[in-house]
Design a binder for this molecule. Structure first.
Ligand SMILES: *Cc1c(COP(=O)(O)O)cnc(C)c1O
Length: 441
């Protein structure tokens, strides 16, 4: 009579003491590794694997990454793609984040040992990039910047907004709801398609907290339309002669104009036109970490900074590090992807097409992230079957995840947002997804 094979299943403590699992526990934590061992032991008890395969099975079942977030190669051609984390950080910003991950002098002056202004480096970098701003502040995201501004300037009073700018940004984020949540009252002026300077000015009264201008970043209205820029509103006063601050939510975070995006507002231009402060996102066209930027008049920014809500919306050291490195460092990937030309993309896509025996088609990339809806980005893409798009998203083995897009029933691989040094990875992933055998070399 042979001995019960299940007797050979290694005990949990002995399994955890083996070199590969001890190393895995160092990296991933004992709890996760213990769970993997338990699962492998159960499989052995059910006879699915042999007892001497338990350690190997546990090792293979462990995640290769420390978090469940999976990096993807963005082959959608959409530069700022909210569902995959908007802006990828530049290598310089990543280095800054890694440096800041330990103990770091985020709120200490090392020369004197005294406490210092939190994140001063990032704010200085912003002010150097936007000299028209007297002061800067960074909070959790663009929505937080807007909430802080309307709370500090208009809670219990009125915010004057054009009916043409009562926007929904995405994911159910609606400007009127956001403002109502701060305890400020909306004072809507004008109509959906036309608002004039006198509409704003006639609405100003003792109850006015601020005027809010919002860039309608994700749609366009054509036809019989009129909207008001900042100039006729700046310098507006309440009946008692006190100035009415003009808050301008520019959304996408351009600090200076970008000739490629002529309709996209930027912080410098809007401050020059007379906005008291501008608010913007850090992870759209600025190409940095998720953050909300406030730039402008030093007194108004100080009012926001001292408001109790500012403490609840403050950013962490990792964000401050990435923000500083993005603003003062080399052009981030978002800028590079936005400006890459069709001519620059063509040879890269041609190389893919030759390697895989597929067609190249002309495509338009998009800015995305609710930005610059009317601006097409000319480029070239590799056409693949829609089924291959699915397989690229769920690769077998440990290959990279490639996110392609489906357009009009065609699968498209757009290299616009992929660093050129990753083209080889894309080719490998495509080979597997298209089930094309490697060419003999
Ligand atoms: C994106 C956007 C926001 C919200 O910014 P988040 O950083 O996503 O919170 C607000 N206003 C405008 C005009 C935007 O485009």
């Amino acid at each position: 009579m042979s001995e019960d094979p299940r007797r050979g299943i290694p005990r949990t403590d002995l399994a955890l003491a083996t070199a590969p699992l001890a190393a895995a526990a160092q990296r991933l934590g004992r709890t996760r590794v213990r769970a993997a061992v338990t699962t492998a032991q159960e499989r052995a008890r059910r006879g699915e694997i042999r007892p001497d395969e338990v350690i190997d099975a546990a090792v293979t079942s462990l995640p290769t990454r420390a978090s469940s977030l999976t990096p993807v190669l963005n082959a959608t051609g959409v530069v700022v793609h909210t569902n995959i984390g908007r802006a990828p950080l530049s290598p310089t910003a990543i280095e800054a984040v890694v440096d800041a991950a330990g103990y770091v002098d985020v709120e200490m002056d090392l020369a004197s040992g005294a406490r210092s202004r939190r994140g001063a480096g990032a704010l200085t970098a912003l002010l150097e990039a936007v000299p028209d701003a007297g002061a800067a502040l960074a909070v959790n995201n663009g929505a937080a910047a807007l909430v802080l501004a309307t709370t500090a300037l208009a809670a219990g009073r009125e915010v004057i907004v054009s009916r043409g700018e009562m926007v929904e940004i995405g994911d159910g984020f609606r400007l009127p709801d956001l403002i109502a949540s701060t305890g400020a009252r909306l004072r809507e002026v004008g109509t959906t398609n036309r608002t004039h300077a006198r509409d704003y000015l006639e609405a100003i009264g003792p109850e006015t907290g601020c005027i809010l201008k919002v860039h309608p970043s994700n749609f366009r209205v054509d036809g019989f339309v009129a909207s008001v820029g900042v100039p006729p509103l700046s310098g507006a006063r309440r009946p008692d002669g006190s100035p009415v601050p003009v808050v301008a939510d520019i959304g996408s975070g351009l600090l200076t104009p970008d000739p490629l995006l002529p309709d996209e507002p930027d912080a410098t231009s809007w401050l020059r036109e007379g906005a008291s402060i501008v608010t913007a996102s850090g992870d759209k066209l600025l190409g940095g970490p998720q953050a909300g930027l406030v730039l402008g008049d030093a007194e108004v920014v100080e009012l926001l900074r001292r408001h109790p809500l500012a403490r609840a919306l403050r950013v962490d050291k990792l964000t401050l590090a990435a923000l500083e490195a993005t603003v003062s460092g080399p052009a981030p990937p978002v800028t590079t992807s936005l400006h890459v030309t069709a001519d620059e993309l063509r040879p890269r896509v041609d190389a893919l097409a030759t390697a895989l025996g597929r067609e190249v088609v002309a495509v338009e990339g998009r800015v995305g992230g609710g930005g610059a809806p009317g601006v097409p980005l000319d480029g070239w893409a590799l056409e693949i079957p829609v089924a291959a798009v699915e397989r690229l998203r769920r690769p077998r083995g440990d290959g990279p995840v490639v996110l392609a897009r489906v357009d009009d029933g065609r699968g498209l691989v757009d290299l616009r947002c992929i660093p050129a040094d990753r083209d080889g990875d894309v080719t490998t992933a495509l080979r597997a997804a298209l089930r094309t055998p490697p060419s003999p070399s």
